[in-house]
Design a protein around this ligand. Structure first.
Ligand SMILES: Nc1nc2c(ncn2[C@@H]2O[C@H](COP(=O)(O)OP(=O)(O)OP(=O)(O)O)[C@@H](O)[C@H]2O)c(=O)[nH]1
Ligand SMILES: [Mg+2]
Length: 443
């Protein structure tokens, strides 16, 4: 599932992540590619339009284009829109009553969509959670339907309620009574499938719905049917009302259009996906995981987090600029010391200081010394911080006293700072470094 759409999306994502400069035209081209991918996957046209419009309007804003990592920001927007498309961030579980009352689940859907199988899968899942479950066979249309459910019920170890009648509503009523009497927690009612919507069958399911007043009315949609499943689901929602969708045959090789359209069009959450024919092949539906899968990166989440960290990075780049223009002063150094404290590790700072990697050994730096250095700079006046050349013996003595350190410690810091500036100057003159700086700054 999603193979082809995922291929296209991940190629867009790949071409964007890490890009430090993008234009409105880049975004428009990418969005156009995404649009084609969605349409090819048989996603509903209305859904595609909405997705594209939202993505475009957010992605072409100043916030993205002017950020230091526009590529990442763009990918984050696409990812967020994809999660929105698929549902709420978290998995929507079944809304059942607590123990001691019977909760009812009604299964509906087109012929062959997987209702009976899903009913048994749900029974298995709920039983494993410790609930007392009963199944009811209200499909009186297909000859082998009752037997099919009985076989599945036996496999799961759950009783199946049947009644010799032609009226599904009677089965529903009998099953509900039996479930109450037997102190069951959950009653799952299987109904007959329909090829297309016919008024007689619609009235029949309405009758069943009325008798049961279910806690969950689940529409089982076959992931392979595409657009058709979406319009039928809307019709069921309108005429009977549904509370959730189960997308069966998620394991099949399909383009995934139904999965991507259902939530937006029907407005009800996809709660579970069927991932095989076996009784345990039912998974909760997680929009975030599916979105990551479609975007083709398992770690898209970490990428998104990185995008959020970009503010820190912007600060860092500002600092780099200062370093290379040789205006880095003691106040800047103090700021860096604070940064290290907040990052909790020195190696990150080393990465931020151009040329420091390899020149400064992590083991050479101790946090205690950093604290003392901070105190020293804090004891300096503003003009001392911006122009360290004025720091003669008298000033150094005053500063040592003010910071509770010694003159030799002040001298050591000044030597280190001079060395650091020298190194920055050298690095800043390096052509290769300049090129990478400009690239970092998006110039
Ligand atoms: N691969 C796969 N097959 C499934 C899944 N769910 C159901 N099936 C298969 O789909 C076929 C139809 O499933 P049923 O559960 O009988 O469907 P139904 O909606 O009850 O069908 P009717 O009662 O005839 O309307 C069966 O062969 C199932 O094994 C699934 O998640 N994955
Ligand atoms: Mg069936």
């Amino acid at each position: 599932m999603f193979d082809s759409i995922s291929e296209k999306f991940s190629s867009v994502v790949r071409s964007f992540s890490g890009k430090s400069k993008i234009t409105e035209k880049n975004i428009q081209d990418a969005v156009e590619e995404i649009k084609v991918a969605l349409l090819e996957a048989d996603v509903n046209l209305r859904v595609v339009r909405r997705f594209i419009n939202h993505t475009l309007s957010e992605a072409t804003g100043e916030k993205v284009l002017k950020s230091i990592d526009p590529g990442q920001q763009f990918v984050k927007i696409v990812y967020d829109k994809m999660v929105d498309l698929l549902g709420d961030v978290e998995h929507q579980d079944l809304n059942l009553k607590g123990p001691d009352t019977v909760s009812v689940i009604l299964m509906m859907g087109l012929q062959g969509s997987g209702k009976t199988t899903t009913a048994a899968k749900l029974a298995y899942r709920l039983k494993k959670q410790g609930r007392k479950v009963m199944l009811a066979a209200a499909d009186l249309v297909r000859p082998a339907a009752i037997l099919q459910l009985q076989i599945l019920g036996e496999k799961v170890g759950v009783p199946v309620f049947t009644l010799d009648t032609k009226e599904p509503a009677k089965v529903a009523k009998g099953a509900l009574d039996a479930a109450k009497k037997g102190l069951y927690d959950v009653l799952i009612v299987d109904t007959s499938g329909r090829m297309h919507l016919d008024e007689h069958l619609m009235n029949e399911i309405k009758g069943v719905h009325k008798v049961l007043n279910p806690d969950e009315t689940l529409f089982v949609a076959d992931a392979m049917t595409g657009q058709n499943a979406v319009s039928i689901a809307s019709e069921f929602e309108e005429k009977v009302g549904i509370t959730g969708v189960v997308l069966s045959k998620f394991d099949s090789d399909t383009r995934g259009g139904a999965a991507l359209s259902l939530r937006s069009i029907v407005g009800k959450p996809i709660k579970f996906i069927g991932v095989g024919e076996k009784i345990e092949d039912l998974d909760p539906f997680y929009p975030e995981r599916i979105a990551s899968r479609i975007l083709g990166m398992g770690d898209v989440v970490s990428l998104v987090e990185k995008a959020q960290e970009s503010i820190n990075q912007e600060d860092a780049i500002k600092m780099q600029k200062k370093m290379s223009s040789n205006t880095f002063d003691l106040s800047d150094y103090l700021e860096q010391l604070d940064r290290v404290n907040s990052m909790g590790s020195i190696d990150k700072l080393i990465e931020l200081i151009p040329g420091a990697k390899g020149n400064i050994n992590e083991d050479d730096i101790d946090m205690g010394e950093m604290k003392r250095e901070k105190a020293i700079i804090q004891s300096m006046t503003f003009s001392e911080r911006t122009n360290y050349h004025i720091l003669g013996p008298t000033r150094r003595k005053r500063i040592a006293k003010g910071s509770g350190t010694s003159v030799s410690e002040v001298n050591r810091l000044m030597k280190k700072f001079e060395k650091m500036r020298l190194m920055m100057k050298k690095v800043a003159r390096n052509k290769k470094y300049q090129a990478s700086m400009l690239k970092n700054l998006g110039m």
